[in-house]
Design a protein around this ligand. Structure first.
Ligand code: AGP
Length: 609
Protein backbone atom coordinates (compact mmCIF):
# COMPACT_ATOMS: atom_id res chain seq x y z
CA UNK A 1 0.00 0.00 0.00
CA UNK A 2 2.90 2.38 0.58
CA UNK A 3 6.46 2.50 -0.70
CA UNK A 4 9.51 2.78 1.57
CA UNK A 5 13.11 3.59 0.61
CA UNK A 6 16.20 4.26 2.73
CA UNK A 7 19.82 4.97 1.86
CA UNK A 8 23.10 5.36 3.71
CA UNK A 9 25.09 6.75 0.82
CA UNK A 10 28.28 8.45 -0.27
CA UNK A 11 26.37 11.11 -2.21
CA UNK A 12 23.44 13.44 -1.55
CA UNK A 13 20.48 11.18 -0.75
CA UNK A 14 17.59 13.31 -2.04
CA UNK A 15 17.86 12.63 -5.79
CA UNK A 16 18.47 8.93 -5.20
CA UNK A 17 15.51 8.68 -2.84
CA UNK A 18 13.22 10.42 -5.35
CA UNK A 19 14.40 8.17 -8.20
CA UNK A 20 13.62 5.12 -6.07
CA UNK A 21 10.24 6.51 -5.06
CA UNK A 22 9.35 6.76 -8.76
CA UNK A 23 9.71 2.98 -8.89
CA UNK A 24 7.54 2.64 -5.78
CA UNK A 25 4.83 5.09 -6.75
CA UNK A 26 2.66 2.27 -8.10
CA UNK A 27 2.31 1.05 -4.50
CA UNK A 28 0.66 4.26 -3.35
CA UNK A 29 0.62 7.78 -4.63
CA UNK A 30 -1.57 10.20 -2.76
CA UNK A 31 1.41 11.94 -1.10
CA UNK A 32 5.16 11.49 -0.63
CA UNK A 33 8.12 12.72 1.35
CA UNK A 34 11.80 12.31 2.18
CA UNK A 35 13.97 13.09 5.20
CA UNK A 36 17.77 13.23 5.60
CA UNK A 37 20.36 13.74 8.33
CA UNK A 38 22.11 17.02 7.59
CA UNK A 39 25.82 17.66 8.11
CA UNK A 40 25.04 19.30 11.47
CA UNK A 41 23.30 16.08 12.59
CA UNK A 42 19.79 17.52 12.48
CA UNK A 43 17.04 15.87 10.42
CA UNK A 44 15.27 17.85 7.71
CA UNK A 45 12.40 16.70 5.51
CA UNK A 46 10.32 17.66 2.51
CA UNK A 47 6.80 16.37 1.94
CA UNK A 48 4.09 17.01 -0.67
CA UNK A 49 0.50 15.95 -1.24
CA UNK A 50 -0.36 14.44 -4.65
CA UNK A 51 1.88 12.66 -7.08
CA UNK A 52 5.65 12.40 -6.65
CA UNK A 53 6.10 15.22 -9.18
CA UNK A 54 4.81 17.60 -6.50
CA UNK A 55 7.66 16.60 -4.20
CA UNK A 56 10.16 16.90 -7.02
CA UNK A 57 8.95 20.45 -7.73
CA UNK A 58 9.29 21.34 -4.05
CA UNK A 59 12.86 20.03 -3.93
CA UNK A 60 13.84 22.30 -6.83
CA UNK A 61 13.13 25.35 -4.69
CA UNK A 62 13.88 23.78 -1.30
CA UNK A 63 16.73 21.29 -1.80
CA UNK A 64 17.37 18.78 0.99
CA UNK A 65 20.95 18.04 2.03
CA UNK A 66 22.25 14.91 3.66
CA UNK A 67 23.68 11.54 2.63
CA UNK A 68 21.58 9.38 4.97
CA UNK A 69 17.88 9.48 4.16
CA UNK A 70 14.49 7.78 4.05
CA UNK A 71 11.54 8.26 1.69
CA UNK A 72 7.91 7.22 1.33
CA UNK A 73 5.00 7.17 -1.14
CA UNK A 74 1.67 6.97 0.64
CA UNK A 75 -1.66 5.21 0.17
CA UNK A 76 -3.65 6.73 3.03
CA UNK A 77 -5.01 4.35 5.67
CA UNK A 78 -5.42 6.79 8.59
CA UNK A 79 -5.79 10.49 7.86
CA UNK A 80 -6.55 12.24 4.61
CA UNK A 81 -3.89 12.65 1.94
CA UNK A 82 -2.42 15.97 3.11
CA UNK A 83 1.12 17.29 3.58
CA UNK A 84 0.58 17.17 7.34
CA UNK A 85 -0.19 13.43 7.15
CA UNK A 86 2.53 12.61 4.60
CA UNK A 87 5.52 10.58 5.75
CA UNK A 88 8.23 10.85 7.07
CA UNK A 89 6.81 11.69 10.47
CA UNK A 90 9.30 13.41 12.80
CA UNK A 91 8.94 13.61 16.56
CA UNK A 92 11.85 14.79 18.73
CA UNK A 93 15.00 13.09 17.51
CA UNK A 94 13.27 10.46 15.36
CA UNK A 95 11.94 10.40 11.79
CA UNK A 96 9.86 7.43 10.59
CA UNK A 97 8.35 6.06 7.38
CA UNK A 98 5.89 3.19 7.67
CA UNK A 99 3.85 0.79 5.54
CA UNK A 100 1.03 -1.03 7.34
CA UNK A 101 -1.51 -0.32 10.07
CA UNK A 102 -0.77 0.17 13.80
CA UNK A 103 -3.99 -1.15 15.26
CA UNK A 104 -3.40 0.12 18.82
CA UNK A 105 -2.33 3.64 17.89
CA UNK A 106 -5.29 5.26 19.63
CA UNK A 107 -4.40 3.59 22.95
CA UNK A 108 -0.75 4.53 22.51
CA UNK A 109 -1.72 8.13 21.79
CA UNK A 110 -3.77 8.28 24.97
CA UNK A 111 -0.84 6.90 27.00
CA UNK A 112 1.54 9.38 25.40
CA UNK A 113 -0.70 12.38 25.87
CA UNK A 114 -0.71 11.73 29.62
CA UNK A 115 3.07 12.16 29.48
CA UNK A 116 2.77 15.35 27.47
CA UNK A 117 3.36 13.92 23.99
CA UNK A 118 0.68 15.43 21.73
CA UNK A 119 -0.04 14.15 18.24
CA UNK A 120 -0.06 16.69 15.44
CA UNK A 121 -1.35 14.52 12.60
CA UNK A 122 -4.21 12.08 11.91
CA UNK A 123 -1.91 9.15 11.26
CA UNK A 124 -1.06 5.95 13.09
CA UNK A 125 2.54 6.30 11.89
CA UNK A 126 3.24 9.44 13.90
CA UNK A 127 2.56 7.37 17.03
CA UNK A 128 5.55 5.15 16.21
CA UNK A 129 7.82 8.21 16.19
CA UNK A 130 6.24 9.51 19.41
CA UNK A 131 6.77 6.23 21.28
CA UNK A 132 10.38 6.00 20.14
CA UNK A 133 11.07 9.65 20.94
CA UNK A 134 9.72 9.15 24.45
CA UNK A 135 12.07 6.21 25.03
CA UNK A 136 14.98 8.35 23.85
CA UNK A 137 13.89 11.12 26.21
CA UNK A 138 13.98 8.51 28.97
CA UNK A 139 17.64 7.91 28.19
CA UNK A 140 17.60 4.88 25.88
CA UNK A 141 20.06 4.71 23.00
CA UNK A 142 18.38 4.81 19.54
CA UNK A 143 18.60 1.05 18.89
CA UNK A 144 17.18 0.17 22.29
CA UNK A 145 14.53 2.87 22.01
CA UNK A 146 13.54 1.51 18.58
CA UNK A 147 13.44 -2.09 19.85
CA UNK A 148 11.29 -1.08 22.81
CA UNK A 149 9.01 0.78 20.41
CA UNK A 150 8.40 -2.40 18.39
CA UNK A 151 7.27 -4.21 21.52
CA UNK A 152 4.52 -1.58 21.97
CA UNK A 153 3.08 -1.94 18.46
CA UNK A 154 0.16 -4.17 17.45
CA UNK A 155 -0.69 -4.50 13.77
CA UNK A 156 1.38 -4.63 10.59
CA UNK A 157 4.42 -2.57 9.74
CA UNK A 158 7.46 -2.12 7.61
CA UNK A 159 9.41 0.71 9.23
CA UNK A 160 12.54 2.76 8.53
CA UNK A 161 13.81 5.15 11.19
CA UNK A 162 16.41 7.95 11.10
CA UNK A 163 17.87 9.45 14.26
CA UNK A 164 19.24 12.93 14.81
CA UNK A 165 23.01 12.94 15.24
CA UNK A 166 23.37 9.55 13.56
CA UNK A 167 24.12 9.89 9.87
CA UNK A 168 25.48 6.36 9.55
CA UNK A 169 22.51 4.46 10.92
CA UNK A 170 19.02 3.39 9.83
CA UNK A 171 16.80 1.17 11.94
CA UNK A 172 14.40 -1.09 10.01
CA UNK A 173 11.75 -3.57 11.05
CA UNK A 174 9.03 -5.69 9.43
CA UNK A 175 5.91 -7.37 10.66
CA UNK A 176 3.34 -8.21 7.99
CA UNK A 177 4.65 -5.81 5.35
CA UNK A 178 7.64 -6.58 3.12
CA UNK A 179 11.06 -4.94 3.50
CA UNK A 180 14.37 -5.68 1.81
CA UNK A 181 17.95 -4.62 2.59
CA UNK A 182 20.22 -3.77 -0.37
CA UNK A 183 24.02 -4.11 -0.32
CA UNK A 184 26.17 -1.45 -2.03
CA UNK A 185 29.87 -0.50 -2.03
CA UNK A 186 30.22 1.35 1.32
CA UNK A 187 26.56 2.16 0.92
CA UNK A 188 23.46 0.36 2.20
CA UNK A 189 19.86 0.57 1.09
CA UNK A 190 16.37 -0.35 2.26
CA UNK A 191 13.25 -0.80 0.14
CA UNK A 192 9.67 -2.12 0.15
CA UNK A 193 10.48 -4.27 -2.84
CA UNK A 194 13.27 -5.31 -5.15
CA UNK A 195 12.10 -3.06 -7.99
CA UNK A 196 12.95 0.05 -5.96
CA UNK A 197 16.43 -1.23 -5.19
CA UNK A 198 17.17 -2.46 -8.73
CA UNK A 199 19.04 0.64 -9.96
CA UNK A 200 21.10 0.72 -6.76
CA UNK A 201 22.08 -2.92 -6.34
CA UNK A 202 21.28 -6.43 -7.48
CA UNK A 203 22.22 -7.91 -4.08
CA UNK A 204 19.45 -7.91 -1.49
CA UNK A 205 18.17 -9.74 1.59
CA UNK A 206 14.51 -9.84 2.57
CA UNK A 207 13.75 -9.35 6.24
CA UNK A 208 11.63 -12.17 7.63
CA UNK A 209 8.52 -11.67 9.77
CA UNK A 210 9.33 -9.88 13.08
CA UNK A 211 12.93 -9.21 12.03
CA UNK A 212 14.52 -5.88 12.76
CA UNK A 213 17.78 -4.57 11.34
CA UNK A 214 20.46 -1.98 12.00
CA UNK A 215 22.01 -0.63 8.81
CA UNK A 216 25.34 1.23 8.63
CA UNK A 217 27.46 1.92 5.57
CA UNK A 218 29.60 -1.02 6.59
CA UNK A 219 26.69 -3.46 6.38
CA UNK A 220 23.63 -4.70 8.21
CA UNK A 221 22.92 -6.60 11.39
CA UNK A 222 19.61 -8.47 11.34
CA UNK A 223 17.88 -9.69 14.50
CA UNK A 224 14.88 -11.94 15.04
CA UNK A 225 11.96 -11.18 17.36
CA UNK A 226 13.92 -12.39 20.40
CA UNK A 227 16.80 -10.06 19.56
CA UNK A 228 19.06 -12.91 18.36
CA UNK A 229 21.47 -12.00 15.59
CA UNK A 230 20.38 -13.90 12.44
CA UNK A 231 21.60 -14.08 8.88
CA UNK A 232 19.12 -13.88 6.01
CA UNK A 233 19.77 -15.32 2.57
CA UNK A 234 21.13 -13.04 -0.14
CA UNK A 235 19.16 -12.84 -3.39
CA UNK A 236 20.78 -11.67 -6.62
CA UNK A 237 18.18 -9.85 -8.72
CA UNK A 238 17.97 -10.51 -12.43
CA UNK A 239 14.77 -8.63 -13.28
CA UNK A 240 15.04 -6.40 -16.30
CA UNK A 241 14.96 -2.74 -15.32
CA UNK A 242 12.99 -2.17 -18.53
CA UNK A 243 10.01 -2.75 -16.27
CA UNK A 244 10.10 0.95 -15.49
CA UNK A 245 10.43 2.05 -19.07
CA UNK A 246 7.24 2.42 -21.15
CA UNK A 247 9.23 1.54 -24.28
CA UNK A 248 7.20 3.95 -26.42
CA UNK A 249 3.78 3.00 -25.12
CA UNK A 250 1.57 5.70 -23.61
CA UNK A 251 1.03 3.85 -20.35
CA UNK A 252 2.49 0.89 -18.47
CA UNK A 253 -0.92 -0.77 -18.76
CA UNK A 254 -0.85 -0.47 -22.56
CA UNK A 255 2.68 -1.83 -22.64
CA UNK A 256 1.79 -4.74 -20.35
CA UNK A 257 -1.31 -5.61 -22.41
CA UNK A 258 0.94 -5.87 -25.46
CA UNK A 259 3.54 -7.87 -23.53
CA UNK A 260 1.07 -10.70 -22.98
CA UNK A 261 2.03 -12.85 -25.99
CA UNK A 262 5.66 -12.84 -24.86
CA UNK A 263 4.79 -13.29 -21.19
CA UNK A 264 2.38 -16.15 -21.94
CA UNK A 265 4.93 -17.88 -24.11
CA UNK A 266 7.42 -17.77 -21.23
CA UNK A 267 4.81 -18.91 -18.68
CA UNK A 268 3.69 -21.86 -20.82
CA UNK A 269 7.18 -22.93 -21.90
CA UNK A 270 8.46 -22.90 -18.32
CA UNK A 271 6.11 -25.79 -17.46
CA UNK A 272 6.64 -27.93 -20.58
CA UNK A 273 9.45 -30.42 -21.03
CA UNK A 274 10.46 -33.02 -23.60
CA UNK A 275 9.09 -36.52 -22.98
CA UNK A 276 9.55 -39.78 -24.88
CA UNK A 277 6.43 -39.23 -26.98
CA UNK A 278 6.79 -35.44 -27.37
CA UNK A 279 6.39 -32.53 -24.99
CA UNK A 280 4.66 -33.05 -21.67
CA UNK A 281 3.51 -30.86 -18.82
CA UNK A 282 5.96 -30.55 -15.96
CA UNK A 283 4.12 -28.96 -13.02
CA UNK A 284 3.40 -30.03 -9.43
CA UNK A 285 5.06 -33.37 -10.07
CA UNK A 286 5.07 -34.05 -6.31
CA UNK A 287 1.27 -33.85 -6.13
CA UNK A 288 -0.79 -36.83 -7.30
CA UNK A 289 -4.27 -35.45 -7.83
CA UNK A 290 -5.67 -38.97 -7.82
CA UNK A 291 -5.54 -38.69 -4.01
CA UNK A 292 -6.89 -35.14 -3.83
CA UNK A 293 -10.54 -34.73 -2.80
CA UNK A 294 -10.79 -30.97 -3.25
CA UNK A 295 -8.89 -28.01 -4.61
CA UNK A 296 -9.29 -24.73 -2.75
CA UNK A 297 -8.53 -21.54 -4.67
CA UNK A 298 -8.23 -18.25 -2.79
CA UNK A 299 -7.24 -14.78 -4.01
CA UNK A 300 -8.40 -11.16 -4.33
CA UNK A 301 -9.58 -9.03 -7.21
CA UNK A 302 -8.40 -10.02 -10.64
CA UNK A 303 -6.46 -12.96 -9.21
CA UNK A 304 -9.74 -14.23 -7.78
CA UNK A 305 -11.36 -14.10 -11.20
CA UNK A 306 -8.53 -16.25 -12.48
CA UNK A 307 -9.44 -18.72 -9.73
CA UNK A 308 -13.08 -18.53 -10.82
CA UNK A 309 -12.12 -19.55 -14.37
CA UNK A 310 -9.98 -22.35 -12.92
CA UNK A 311 -12.96 -23.68 -10.97
CA UNK A 312 -14.80 -24.36 -14.23
CA UNK A 313 -11.71 -25.94 -15.78
CA UNK A 314 -10.79 -28.20 -12.86
CA UNK A 315 -14.30 -29.44 -12.16
CA UNK A 316 -15.07 -30.09 -15.82
CA UNK A 317 -11.73 -31.54 -16.96
CA UNK A 318 -10.14 -33.05 -13.88
CA UNK A 319 -13.43 -33.95 -12.19
CA UNK A 320 -12.22 -32.63 -8.83
CA UNK A 321 -14.39 -30.57 -6.50
CA UNK A 322 -13.25 -26.94 -6.27
CA UNK A 323 -13.97 -24.33 -3.62
CA UNK A 324 -13.16 -20.72 -4.49
CA UNK A 325 -13.42 -17.67 -2.28
CA UNK A 326 -12.11 -14.14 -1.97
CA UNK A 327 -9.42 -14.09 0.68
CA UNK A 328 -11.04 -11.43 2.87
CA UNK A 329 -14.08 -13.69 3.31
CA UNK A 330 -12.27 -17.05 3.42
CA UNK A 331 -9.99 -16.05 6.28
CA UNK A 332 -12.88 -15.11 8.57
CA UNK A 333 -15.27 -17.81 7.37
CA UNK A 334 -12.73 -20.29 8.73
CA UNK A 335 -14.09 -23.20 6.63
CA UNK A 336 -13.44 -26.82 7.63
CA UNK A 337 -10.66 -28.18 5.42
CA UNK A 338 -9.97 -31.76 4.38
CA UNK A 339 -6.45 -33.08 4.90
CA UNK A 340 -6.51 -34.59 1.41
CA UNK A 341 -7.14 -31.21 -0.20
CA UNK A 342 -4.69 -28.72 -1.68
CA UNK A 343 -5.00 -24.98 -1.20
CA UNK A 344 -3.79 -22.73 -4.01
CA UNK A 345 -3.25 -19.00 -3.42
CA UNK A 346 -3.01 -16.75 -6.46
CA UNK A 347 -1.36 -13.36 -6.10
CA UNK A 348 0.58 -11.23 -8.57
CA UNK A 349 2.44 -9.30 -5.87
CA UNK A 350 2.57 -12.13 -3.37
CA UNK A 351 2.04 -9.51 -0.66
CA UNK A 352 -1.76 -9.11 -0.51
CA UNK A 353 -2.51 -9.11 3.20
CA UNK A 354 -5.85 -10.92 3.01
CA UNK A 355 -4.47 -13.63 0.76
CA UNK A 356 -1.47 -14.11 3.06
CA UNK A 357 -3.77 -14.35 6.08
CA UNK A 358 -5.95 -16.91 4.27
CA UNK A 359 -2.84 -18.94 3.47
CA UNK A 360 -1.79 -18.88 7.11
CA UNK A 361 -5.24 -20.17 8.10
CA UNK A 362 -4.60 -23.24 5.93
CA UNK A 363 -1.25 -24.10 7.50
CA UNK A 364 -1.43 -27.62 8.95
CA UNK A 365 -4.98 -28.19 7.71
CA UNK A 366 -4.42 -29.25 4.07
CA UNK A 367 -2.07 -31.61 2.28
CA UNK A 368 -0.16 -28.87 0.45
CA UNK A 369 -0.17 -25.08 0.21
CA UNK A 370 0.67 -23.87 -3.29
CA UNK A 371 1.12 -20.27 -4.40
CA UNK A 372 0.85 -18.98 -7.95
CA UNK A 373 2.77 -15.70 -7.88
CA UNK A 374 4.73 -13.25 -9.98
CA UNK A 375 7.23 -12.49 -7.23
CA UNK A 376 8.89 -15.65 -5.93
CA UNK A 377 10.61 -13.81 -3.06
CA UNK A 378 7.29 -12.46 -1.76
CA UNK A 379 5.73 -13.24 1.61
CA UNK A 380 3.04 -15.51 0.13
CA UNK A 381 5.65 -17.41 -1.87
CA UNK A 382 7.94 -17.82 1.12
CA UNK A 383 5.16 -19.28 3.26
CA UNK A 384 4.01 -21.81 0.67
CA UNK A 385 5.01 -25.47 0.36
CA UNK A 386 5.28 -25.04 -3.41
CA UNK A 387 5.70 -21.92 -5.59
CA UNK A 388 4.45 -21.76 -9.19
CA UNK A 389 5.94 -18.65 -10.81
CA UNK A 390 3.81 -17.05 -13.55
CA UNK A 391 6.83 -15.44 -15.30
CA UNK A 392 4.82 -12.34 -16.30
CA UNK A 393 7.70 -10.00 -15.53
CA UNK A 394 7.21 -6.92 -13.35
CA UNK A 395 3.70 -5.50 -13.68
CA UNK A 396 3.68 -1.76 -12.97
CA UNK A 397 0.20 -0.70 -14.06
CA UNK A 398 -2.10 -0.89 -11.05
CA UNK A 399 -4.73 -2.68 -13.18
CA UNK A 400 -3.53 -6.24 -13.58
CA UNK A 401 -3.35 -7.49 -17.17
CA UNK A 402 -0.45 -9.78 -18.15
CA UNK A 403 -0.41 -11.26 -14.65
CA UNK A 404 -4.05 -12.30 -15.12
CA UNK A 405 -3.46 -14.19 -18.37
CA UNK A 406 -0.27 -15.76 -17.02
CA UNK A 407 -2.15 -16.83 -13.87
CA UNK A 408 -4.76 -18.42 -16.15
CA UNK A 409 -2.07 -20.23 -18.13
CA UNK A 410 -0.50 -21.71 -15.00
CA UNK A 411 -3.92 -22.66 -13.58
CA UNK A 412 -4.81 -24.39 -16.87
CA UNK A 413 -1.53 -26.33 -16.80
CA UNK A 414 -2.30 -27.42 -13.22
CA UNK A 415 -5.79 -28.45 -14.37
CA UNK A 416 -4.44 -30.60 -17.19
CA UNK A 417 -1.84 -32.16 -14.94
CA UNK A 418 -4.58 -33.03 -12.46
CA UNK A 419 -6.71 -34.49 -15.27
CA UNK A 420 -3.78 -36.63 -16.41
CA UNK A 421 -3.22 -37.87 -12.85
CA UNK A 422 -6.85 -38.94 -12.79
CA UNK A 423 -6.69 -40.49 -16.27
CA UNK A 424 -9.29 -38.01 -17.40
CA UNK A 425 -7.09 -36.74 -20.22
CA UNK A 426 -5.94 -38.99 -23.09
CA UNK A 427 -2.43 -38.75 -24.54
CA UNK A 428 -3.99 -37.59 -27.81
CA UNK A 429 -5.97 -34.83 -26.14
CA UNK A 430 -2.93 -33.81 -24.12
CA UNK A 431 -0.82 -33.47 -27.25
CA UNK A 432 -3.55 -31.40 -28.92
CA UNK A 433 -3.94 -29.10 -25.93
CA UNK A 434 -0.19 -28.55 -25.61
CA UNK A 435 -0.14 -27.58 -29.27
CA UNK A 436 -3.05 -25.20 -28.79
CA UNK A 437 -1.27 -23.65 -25.79
CA UNK A 438 1.96 -23.24 -27.71
CA UNK A 439 0.08 -21.49 -30.55
CA UNK A 440 -1.93 -19.28 -28.21
CA UNK A 441 0.67 -16.48 -27.78
CA UNK A 442 0.82 -15.93 -31.54
CA UNK A 443 -3.00 -15.84 -31.70
CA UNK A 444 -2.96 -13.11 -29.07
CA UNK A 445 -0.17 -11.31 -30.92
CA UNK A 446 -2.11 -11.32 -34.18
CA UNK A 447 -5.21 -10.09 -32.41
CA UNK A 448 -3.32 -7.17 -30.85
CA UNK A 449 -2.26 -5.99 -34.31
CA UNK A 450 -5.77 -4.83 -35.14
CA UNK A 451 -7.75 -3.45 -32.24
CA UNK A 452 -9.29 -0.32 -33.79
CA UNK A 453 -12.83 -1.66 -33.40
CA UNK A 454 -12.29 -1.54 -29.65
CA UNK A 455 -11.30 2.13 -29.73
CA UNK A 456 -14.60 2.99 -31.45
CA UNK A 457 -16.56 1.00 -28.84
CA UNK A 458 -14.60 2.59 -26.01
CA UNK A 459 -15.36 6.08 -27.26
CA UNK A 460 -19.10 5.39 -26.98
CA UNK A 461 -18.68 3.77 -23.57
CA UNK A 462 -16.74 6.73 -22.17
CA UNK A 463 -19.95 8.77 -21.77
CA UNK A 464 -21.96 6.02 -20.05
CA UNK A 465 -22.78 6.06 -16.34
CA UNK A 466 -23.52 2.36 -15.94
CA UNK A 467 -22.23 -0.58 -17.98
CA UNK A 468 -23.01 -4.30 -17.76
CA UNK A 469 -20.77 -7.20 -18.78
CA UNK A 470 -22.52 -10.53 -19.36
CA UNK A 471 -21.03 -13.99 -19.76
CA UNK A 472 -21.88 -17.66 -19.27
CA UNK A 473 -19.62 -20.51 -18.20
CA UNK A 474 -15.96 -19.57 -18.67
CA UNK A 475 -17.09 -16.13 -19.83
CA UNK A 476 -18.83 -15.35 -16.53
CA UNK A 477 -15.56 -14.72 -14.61
CA UNK A 478 -14.38 -12.75 -17.65
CA UNK A 479 -17.48 -10.57 -17.36
CA UNK A 480 -16.60 -9.97 -13.71
CA UNK A 481 -12.99 -9.15 -14.63
CA UNK A 482 -14.12 -6.85 -17.44
CA UNK A 483 -16.31 -4.90 -15.04
CA UNK A 484 -13.48 -4.63 -12.51
CA UNK A 485 -10.98 -3.43 -15.13
CA UNK A 486 -13.40 -0.82 -16.42
CA UNK A 487 -14.46 0.60 -13.08
CA UNK A 488 -11.00 0.64 -11.53
CA UNK A 489 -9.40 2.74 -14.27
CA UNK A 490 -12.27 4.70 -15.87
CA UNK A 491 -14.30 5.21 -12.66
CA UNK A 492 -17.48 4.28 -14.61
CA UNK A 493 -19.78 2.03 -12.60
CA UNK A 494 -19.74 -1.43 -14.19
CA UNK A 495 -21.03 -4.82 -13.14
CA UNK A 496 -20.35 -8.32 -14.38
CA UNK A 497 -23.22 -10.79 -14.38
CA UNK A 498 -23.90 -14.36 -15.35
CA UNK A 499 -26.04 -13.90 -18.46
CA UNK A 500 -28.65 -16.28 -17.15
CA UNK A 501 -29.00 -14.28 -13.97
CA UNK A 502 -29.98 -11.00 -15.61
CA UNK A 503 -33.71 -11.79 -15.71
CA UNK A 504 -33.66 -12.36 -11.94
CA UNK A 505 -33.54 -8.63 -11.23
CA UNK A 506 -30.68 -6.74 -12.90
CA UNK A 507 -32.63 -6.54 -16.17
CA UNK A 508 -34.57 -3.76 -14.46
CA UNK A 509 -31.47 -1.61 -15.03
CA UNK A 510 -31.72 -1.91 -18.82
CA UNK A 511 -32.73 1.01 -20.98
CA UNK A 512 -31.23 2.85 -23.96
CA UNK A 513 -28.60 4.50 -21.76
CA UNK A 514 -27.03 1.22 -20.58
CA UNK A 515 -24.35 -0.41 -22.74
CA UNK A 516 -24.31 -4.22 -22.32
CA UNK A 517 -21.10 -6.01 -23.32
CA UNK A 518 -21.82 -9.68 -24.04
CA UNK A 519 -18.89 -12.11 -24.09
CA UNK A 520 -20.11 -15.09 -26.12
CA UNK A 521 -17.75 -17.23 -28.21
CA UNK A 522 -19.60 -19.74 -30.40
CA UNK A 523 -19.37 -22.53 -27.80
CA UNK A 524 -21.92 -24.85 -26.19
CA UNK A 525 -23.52 -21.94 -24.29
CA UNK A 526 -23.71 -19.59 -27.29
CA UNK A 527 -27.40 -20.10 -28.04
CA UNK A 528 -28.33 -19.43 -24.40
CA UNK A 529 -26.25 -16.24 -24.48
CA UNK A 530 -28.02 -15.15 -27.65
CA UNK A 531 -31.39 -15.51 -25.93
CA UNK A 532 -30.13 -13.29 -23.14
CA UNK A 533 -28.84 -10.83 -25.71
CA UNK A 534 -32.26 -10.61 -27.35
CA UNK A 535 -33.83 -10.00 -23.94
CA UNK A 536 -31.72 -6.86 -23.46
CA UNK A 537 -32.03 -5.73 -27.08
CA UNK A 538 -35.81 -5.89 -26.61
CA UNK A 539 -35.35 -3.36 -23.82
CA UNK A 540 -33.29 -1.01 -25.97
CA UNK A 541 -29.88 -1.77 -24.46
CA UNK A 542 -26.80 -0.74 -26.46
CA UNK A 543 -25.37 -4.20 -27.02
CA UNK A 544 -21.72 -4.85 -27.84
CA UNK A 545 -21.22 -8.50 -28.82
CA UNK A 546 -17.73 -9.95 -28.34
CA UNK A 547 -17.59 -13.21 -30.30
CA UNK A 548 -15.90 -15.00 -33.17
CA UNK A 549 -16.89 -14.73 -36.84
CA UNK A 550 -19.47 -17.52 -36.65
CA UNK A 551 -20.91 -16.14 -33.44
CA UNK A 552 -21.34 -12.67 -34.92
CA UNK A 553 -22.80 -13.92 -38.18
CA UNK A 554 -25.37 -16.12 -36.40
CA UNK A 555 -26.40 -13.45 -33.90
CA UNK A 556 -28.86 -11.71 -36.23
CA UNK A 557 -27.72 -8.29 -35.09
CA UNK A 558 -29.28 -5.13 -36.43
CA UNK A 559 -26.70 -2.37 -36.15
CA UNK A 560 -25.30 -3.34 -32.74
CA UNK A 561 -21.54 -3.05 -32.24
CA UNK A 562 -19.37 -6.15 -32.43
CA UNK A 563 -15.80 -7.04 -31.50
CA UNK A 564 -14.61 -10.01 -33.54
CA UNK A 565 -12.28 -12.52 -31.93
CA UNK A 566 -10.23 -15.34 -33.47
CA UNK A 567 -11.89 -18.73 -33.21
CA UNK A 568 -9.94 -20.97 -30.77
CA UNK A 569 -10.46 -24.05 -28.61
CA UNK A 570 -13.26 -23.10 -26.16
CA UNK A 571 -10.99 -24.29 -23.34
CA UNK A 572 -8.61 -21.39 -24.04
CA UNK A 573 -11.16 -18.62 -24.62
CA UNK A 574 -10.62 -17.00 -21.17
CA UNK A 575 -6.98 -16.28 -22.06
CA UNK A 576 -7.99 -14.71 -25.37
CA UNK A 577 -11.11 -12.83 -24.25
CA UNK A 578 -9.08 -11.20 -21.47
CA UNK A 579 -7.65 -8.95 -24.21
CA UNK A 580 -10.85 -7.18 -25.31
CA UNK A 581 -11.99 -6.64 -21.73
CA UNK A 582 -8.60 -5.15 -20.86
CA UNK A 583 -8.55 -2.98 -24.00
CA UNK A 584 -12.15 -1.80 -23.53
CA UNK A 585 -11.18 -0.60 -20.06
CA UNK A 586 -7.91 0.90 -21.26
CA UNK A 587 -9.28 2.94 -24.18
CA UNK A 588 -12.38 4.03 -22.25
CA UNK A 589 -10.12 5.36 -19.48
CA UNK A 590 -7.90 7.11 -22.02
CA UNK A 591 -10.94 8.81 -23.54
CA UNK A 592 -12.08 9.81 -20.07
CA UNK A 593 -8.65 11.16 -19.24
CA UNK A 594 -8.29 9.29 -15.98
CA UNK A 595 -4.91 8.19 -14.65
CA UNK A 596 -4.65 4.78 -16.29
CA UNK A 597 -1.54 3.54 -14.50
CA UNK A 598 -2.27 5.04 -11.08
CA UNK A 599 -6.05 5.28 -10.72
CA UNK A 600 -7.39 7.30 -7.81
CA UNK A 601 -7.71 5.58 -4.41
CA UNK A 602 -5.91 2.43 -5.59
CA UNK A 603 -2.51 0.86 -5.03
CA UNK A 604 -0.81 -2.02 -6.79
CA UNK A 605 -0.31 -4.19 -3.78
CA UNK A 606 -2.88 -4.17 -0.97
CA UNK A 607 -0.65 -5.05 1.98
CA UNK A 608 -3.14 -3.86 4.58
CA UNK A 609 -6.36 -5.63 5.57
C1 AGP B 1 -6.44 -5.86 -10.46
O1 AGP B 1 -6.65 -5.09 -11.64
C2 AGP B 1 -6.56 -5.04 -9.22
N1 AGP B 1 -5.62 -3.98 -9.22
C3 AGP B 1 -6.60 -5.82 -7.93
O2 AGP B 1 -7.89 -6.38 -7.88
C4 AGP B 1 -5.60 -6.99 -7.74
O3 AGP B 1 -5.88 -8.03 -8.64
C5 AGP B 1 -5.78 -7.54 -6.31
O4 AGP B 1 -5.47 -6.50 -5.41
C6 AGP B 1 -4.92 -8.77 -6.02
O5 AGP B 1 -3.56 -8.39 -6.08
P1 AGP B 1 -2.46 -9.59 -6.05
O6 AGP B 1 -2.66 -10.39 -7.29
O7 AGP B 1 -1.13 -8.87 -6.01
O8 AGP B 1 -2.73 -10.40 -4.80
Amino acid sequence: MCGIIGILGKHEAAPILVEALKRLEYRGYDSSGIAAVKSDGSIDRRRAVGKLAELQDKLVFEPLEGKAGIGHTRWATHGEPTEKNAHPHSVGHVSVVHNGIIENFIDLRQELSMDGYKSRTDTDTETIAMVCSKFIDEGYEPIDAARKTLSKLNGSYAIAMLFEGHENFIFAARSGSPLAVGYGKNEMYLGSDALALMPLTNKISYLEEEDHAVLTREGVKIYDQKGNFVSRSVTYLNQSINAHDKLGFNHFMEKEIHEQPKALEKAIKSYLCDGETGQKINILEEVNFQNISKVILVACGTAYYACHVAKYWIEKIAKIQVEIDIASEFRYRKPPLARDSVAIFVSQSGETADTLAALRYCHGKVLKIISIVNVTTSSIARESDQILEIHAGPEIGVASTKAFTCQLAVLLLVTIKAACDKSEYSEKRLKATINELKNLPSSLGRYLENINSIKDVAYKLSTADDILFLGRGLMYPLALEGALKLKEISYIHAEGYASGELKHGPIALIDDTVPVIILAPSDELYEKSMSNMQEVIARKANVILVSDKDGIQSAGLNGQDTIEMPCIDPLLTPLLYALPVQLIAYFTAVYKGTDVDQPRNLAKSVTVE
